[in-house]
Design a protein around this ligand. Structure first.
Ligand code: PCA
Length: 214
């Protein structure tokens, strides 16, 4: 049985919940096909420790596909991240009180990595099923980008393993306090299923224009 690793985060920034964890929990044990099972794991919203937990799960599960998920309140869409940067600059403290400013995740690593998920194909499929989705070109400089960079730095050694990061909007409950965009848990779960199914096809990404002007 081959395994897929999904990660989500604990709540941060004073929120009571993190829909990235609520959503992936619903997919723990899901079998997208007869040979494959999904495992959902929670990461601490802490620089450094989040990567230690992730690396332990990667070596325990030896997954064929890894999708890390986090919340980006204010996003209007299910956001497929393209780029992980080797740069930490925390506007708020993480859950352990650390607030790195202008540091690297790996001193010897390259400036950036690209996701190896078929981002445009996933966006197209999600839109066809009525789910707002986009390619995003910045995962920020907080713990999500840090985990995305650390993940890509690990899997670069195993090119057959596809990996990437997805940011999701506020839940409707959160958005009612922030008066901004939201996405229901059901839609997030449906979009994650699409992301897994399309990634398992092992095809090159679609050649569609999905860039940004600025
Ligand atoms: N979002 C934060 C970290 C944890 C999460 O869910 C981020 O975007 O960096």
């Amino acid at each position: 049985m081959q395994q897929i690793l999904l990660t989500g985060f604990e709540p941060f920034a004073g929120e009571a919940s993190n829909p990235s964890w609520d959503a992936i929990q619903q997919l723990d044990g899901w079998r997208p096909d007869a040979e494959t099972i999904v495992r959902a794991r929670k990461l601490p919203c802490v620089f450094g420790h989040s990567l230690q937990v992730l690396e332990a799960e990667l070596s325990a599960l030896q997954p064929v596909l890894v999708i890390a998920v986090g919340q980006a309140g204010g996003r209007t869409c299910f956001s497929l991240e393209k780029v992980a940067i080797n740069y930490n600059d925390a506007r708020i403290p993480d859950n352990s009180g650390q607030q790195p400013v202008a540091t690297t995740t790996d001193d010897a690593g390259p400036a950036a990595y690209f996701s190896s998920l078929p981002l445009k194909h996933i966006v197209q499929k999600a839109r066809q099923q009525g789910i707002p989705a986009e390619v995003s070109f910045s995962a920020g400089t907080f713990v999500c980008n840090h985990v995305f960079y650390g993940l890509m730095h690990q899997v670069v050694k195993t090119p057959k393993v596809r990996a990437g990061f997805i940011h999701i909007p506020y839940s409707p409950q959160q958005a009612s306090r922030h008066q901004t965009a939201s996405m229901s848990l059901d839609l997030v779960v449906a979009a994650l299923k699409i992301s897994i199914e399309v990634s398992l096809l092992q095809q090159p990404d679609l050649q569609l224009a999905m860039g940004q002007l600025d």
